[in-house]
Design a protein. Sequence first.
Lengths: 262, 245
Amino acid sequence: MEMLRKRFRGLYDFRFLIRQLVSKDIKLKYRRSFLGYLWSVLNPLLVMLVLVIVFSSMFRFDIENYPAYLIIGQTLFSYMTESTNQSLTSITGNASLLKKVYVPKYIFTLSKVTSSLVNVLFSLGAMLIVFIVTKVHFSFYMLLIPIVLIELYMFCLGLSLFLAQLSVFFRDIQYIYAVITTAWMYLTPLFYPMESLPEKVQQGVRICNPMYHYIDQFRTLVLEACMPPASTWGYGFGVAFVILVIGTWTFRRSQDRFILYI
Amino acid sequence: MDNESYIIDVSDATVRFNMASEKVDNLKEYVIKLIKRELMFQEFLALKDVDLKIKKGEAWALIGTNGAGKSTLLKLICGILKPYKGTVKVHGTMSPLIELGAGFDGELTARENIFLNGALLGNSEQYMKEHFAEIVDFAELWDFLDMPIKNYSSGMSARLGFAVATMTKPDILICDEVLAVGDYKFQKKCEARMKDMLSQGTTLLYVSHSMETVRKLCDHVLWLNKGEVKMSGEAGPICDAYMNF
């Protein structure tokens, strides 16, 4: 307990650095682009538009309010891929810095996951536009959306810490991971309904794919305006917590050896 | 003398690197080598049983040829490297100056970089805001504040790095060949500031190949040769011995 308090104390001491790193990422992402921050809202909207056109003319699924269904799944999933992919290089990419200044190394991974989350907050603006245009009924259940984002953030942070430390020792992780995320994307009901999968696969997705739960919780809150069952909350937080513990533990165990490999 | 009076206490420190004949940094090679049983590690000792005890307010220079382990020792003291054997104890705050401009992002402007670099050195936002003008004054870069650092000359970014790092008034100031790129006027200014900090009780660790500056700034010298301490103590005699080596 004492150790945990010391950890959080350390995190608090470095809050200014984390804020600087996060704002650096956000500033640099759209620097010298004509529309600037507008891209953060425009980008998910345009991608959604393409997918809506493709899937409502070529492959048809029987889903109510397809644009909203799509943009929720796509935003949450791309948050996961973006944050983990950025974290993969968060240690190796800052090698020159880590060799020279003593900074807790997890700060870099943490700031990447956080700056991606800030981008998600921009995307929520895009979602809001879609919700208004498609006349989604606004309910108080939407106030629970931050809880879903907290779950997702914990999950992504854990996974990112694990991947960041692994990629220090094995640089080809990023190529393998690209294949994994592609498979993962098709096994997550982003643009198709869960029911279109075979019964067995559905079972597998429910057990092994936490992303499905996070996206489903979000959709239930917004599109059905009701409370997701307690079991999915339990599963979501449980998995997020376990992954976070594994990530932190593996990162802590190997961080002293980073310097010899970067 | 009791241990607490040392601000930096390095005892019997050994640093070991794995110098594998080929660096294995991907999974494919790792698995292949594991199967072929070729996964060998060659040991390389960058520092061997180094002892260094520094009291508050002393100015130490580290000298030695390239590859003698000077920078490794600094990294050890900063906490970037962990000793393989032995212990390193440091009491007090330090500003790592190991190479200036570490932590500058080329795409960001000087203004943004000052805040980022200050944060890396562990300062608070409040502190950086208060000292912002002072830093820019010292670096004499008011005209270029909103230019991305990538367009700076190496001398200009060195100025900025020195200004940020010395602004924090750390207990321990660590300099690694920092003045090599600055022009003559700026070198004088930096030396003056270091002397000023020394007189206020800052401890200095200084790496240089210029015996002239070492004699001017430092009262103690540690001479490293191939990872081992060759001589350590008063500056004058060791500098003479080093020059005649």
